[in-house]
Each structure stands twice: as C-alpha cells, then as structure tokens.
Design a protein. Structure first.
Ligand code: ACO
Length: 369
C-alpha cells in the first residue's frame, strides 16, 4: 500500500465536442452561413461544374482539373472469392468493410500513403459493393468498363446496363456532396489509424466500421419511409401537421451545425430540379419539402429548421435504383475521397494521435488476501 495520491480530474469534453484536434486544409463547414467549402471552393460550384473524380483529385492534390477521370477498378481474385463466400444476408457495410480489408491484404501499401494508394482504393470499393449487391441477388459480378467514369461505372456494375446520363449525374452529385465534412467520426478514425503509420486499407476499413453506426451513417431510408407515408403532394400538409402534433421529428430537416439551408441539400435539389425525367421519388420530395419548410417555420418561429442533406440523399439514391439497405454503403463510397485525403494530410505532417483520459476507477489498493 502506498500513500501516493490519486490524480485530480481535469476538465474534458465528452465526445470531444468543441475540441480542436488538428488542422486541415480540406473541408470547411460553416453552419451559420450554410457554407461548405472543399479546399476553398463552394460545394454548389463543385457540383455544378465538377464530377466526383475531379473533386476527389482536388481533395487529394489541391489541383482543380474538371476533366480528371477515375474509372472503377477490377476486384482482385482473392477478394472476389471472399465476397462470394459471404452469406447473402450480410449487411452491405459489413461486406464493404470486409472487401476493403481483403483488398489491403492483396496490395503492397508501404508508408507513407500516396495519391496512387488513394486512387486505387477509391476506384476499387465501388466495384466491390456492386459485386456484392449482385452476388446476394444470385447474379454474377460485372467487370469494370474503363470507358466509364467512377459513378457511371459503379451503376453499370450494379445494374448490368448503362444508366442514362441524368441518373448518373444525380448520383455523381450525391457522391460529391458526401465526399468530405471535416473531422467527423469516421474521418477522425481514419486519421487515428494513419497516425500509427498503418496503411490506407486499414484506415479506410476502420472508417467504414465507424460509419456503420446509426449515429453516423444516418438513416436516409427513414426519409424514404416518411415520403412513402405522405404518398402524394396534396396529402403532405395534413400529414406534416399530424406528425408535428404527435411530436414526431421530420426526417431530413434540422441540423446540429447548420442553421442555414444545408448547402449539400441545396446542391442536390438543384440537380434534382434540373432532371428532365425526375424519378417519382424526387418529384414527391421537391413538393413535400416546400410544405414542410412552411409548416416548420410557422411552428418554430424561434428556430431556423431547414432542409438537411439526408432529405435529398434519400430520393436521389432511391431514384437511381439503389435498395435502401445500400444507402450507408453508398455514403461510404462517396466519403472515400475525404477519408483518403485526410489520410494523406495526416501522414504528411504526422504525430501519433494519443489523447489522455481522467482515471475515475478505484484508488490504488491491495489484492484481496
Ligand atoms: N422535425 C420537427 N421538429 C424538429 C426537427 C425536425 N426534424 N428538428 C428540430 N425540431 C424541433 C424540436 O422541437 C426541437 O426541440 P426539442 O428538442 O424540444 O424536441 C427544436 O426544434 C430544436 O431542435 P435543435 O436544437 O435545432 O435540434 P438538435 O440540434 O438537437 O438536433 C437534429 C438536430 C438531430 C438533426 C434534429 O433536427 C433532428 O432530429 N432532425 C431529424 C433527423 C435528421 O434529419 N437527421 C439527419 C441530420 S443530417 C446529418 O446528420 C448528415
């Protein structure tokens, strides 16, 4: 037994809320003004003038080249064998995490991670998710078509046919707005793994595992459920008022950080409105949104409750034909650009991430005799 005192607790922030845990030149989230910038460029401009591969390249290199292309990559044979061996009931996020982990075992990924590593994993994962989605449906995977850019290629490998340009454009816009959002939980995870000088596949597999949690990967499928309950635009007002009277939250509205209209929702809405042949889901969402915003403003004059990204993510993903259980994995595909850019940024100025904790357990004591 010693008389050494136990430490006094020091102030800390649960969930690291408000803690500045590093510096980044990648994404800037301005909740007050409703701004999201990637390397200084507005998200709306990037959606209007760029593609997902161009935005990924911007995040990785800092260079804006709107013609930059990134076709999907073939799946190494051992990875495909593992995907074939998974039970058909496997959750898509588990399949994607497993595929990324297996992919890492087939690659030479020395420290430090490079832009080539980032390109390789970002172009591999869409092929893996598409292959899994087909295998669980009893269909054979489809080889990448190198003439197609990443999002078109993913849809081709998923559906077995080329999608129309507007559909691919809508999903590409979704991928762009999902690319990067600062030090969120999965991105921070990727940085922690990288800070140990581990490889990019390990960091991305851990990030997928983090995003799998419902507090992060979100539930845009709940937006789909609510839209299905609304059913038609003329029923929207009555449905919204009844839901609010019951005390329900309307999915796809409100945000912890954004007080203004979520710029990602604005960019997706612009793309949706520009579609000549809007899928029914998009059409209904656009009509319901106006009603919801009007009723929320009336019921909560004190609080700016605006549309968030999930409201448009859901109908875009439904509209392009993705099954709702693929939504979180599609979100993960889009976030590959941000994760890998943060991995490169962390590695370029690395310091092992190792925070401290307050010990609140028993004081020093003797083992029972
Ligand atoms: N529908 C109805 N009322 C709402 C909504 C909503 N979507 N959002 C907020 N309110 C009301 C509530 O009455 C709330 O008061 P209460 O806590 O007493 O019920 C009041 O507005 C104030 O809410 P905030 O402080 O702005 O909300 P908070 O920051 O706690 O939560 C959140 C933000 C979780 C996003 C919330 O707005 C919500 O539940 N939205 C619906 C779910 C959703 O769309 N989630 C996706 C977010 S986007 C993303 O994560 C990528």
């Amino acid at each position: 037994m010693t008389d050494a005192p136990m430490p006094e607790p020091r102030p800390f922030s649960p969930g690291l809320e408000g803690v500045v845990a590093g510096e980044s030149s990648l994404g800037y989230v301005d909740g007050e003004r409703g701004r999201l910038l990637y390397r200084g460029y507005r998200i709306g401009d990037l959606v209007a003038h760029g593609t997902y591969p161009a935005v990924a390249n911007l995040l990785w290199t800092g260079d804006w080249d709107p013609t930059h292309r990134l076709p999907t990559a073939p799946i190494p044979a051992p990875v495909l064998a593992i995907l074939r061996a998974l039970p058909t009931a496997t959750k898509p996020m588990d399949a994607l995490r497993t595929a990324v982990s297996a992919w890492g075992a087939t690659q030479d990924l020395p420290w430090p991670p490079t832009v080539e590593h980032a390109r390789a994993i970002t172009s591999f994962s869409p092929s893996a998710l598409a292959a899994f989605a087909r295998l669980r449906a009893g269909l054979e995977p489809i080889e990448p078509d190198p003439s197609l850019d990443l999002v078109e290629g993913f849809l081709y490998q998923l559906n077995g046919e080329r999608s129309d340009a507007e559909t691919a454009r809508a999903l590409d816009a979704y991928f762009i707005v999902g690319s990067e959002h600062g030090f969120n939980a999965s991105t921070f995870t990727a940085r922690v793994v990288t800070s140990t000088r581990s490889d990019i596949a390990s960091a991305v597999a851990a990030a997928i595992g983090t995003m799998k949690g419902p507090l992060h990967g979100g539930a845009p499928s709940e937006v789909v459920d609510q839209l299905a309950q609304v059913g038609s635009a003329d029923h929207a007002e009555a449905w919204v008022r009844e839901a609010l009277d019951r005390g329900d939250r309307l999915m796809g509205f409100g945000h912890r950080v954004y007080r203004a209209y979520d710029p990602r929702a604005a960019a997706l809405r612009t793309v949706a409105e520009g579609m000549e042949h809007r899928p029914d889901w998009l059409e209904l969402a656009i009509q319901v949104e106006d009603v919801v915003l009007r009723v929320l403003a009336e019921k909560h004059p004190e609080r700016a409750l605006k549309t968030n990204v999930e409201f448009y993510a859901a109908p875009v993903l439904m509209g392009v034909g993705l099954a709702p259980d693929l939504f979180p994995a599609a979100f993960s595909l889009s976030r590959h650009a941000g994760w890998t850019a943060h991995i490169l940024e962390q590695a370029a100025d690395n310091r092992l991430i190792r925070p401290d904790s307050n010990y609140v357990g028993p004081a020093e004591r003797d083992l029972p005799a």
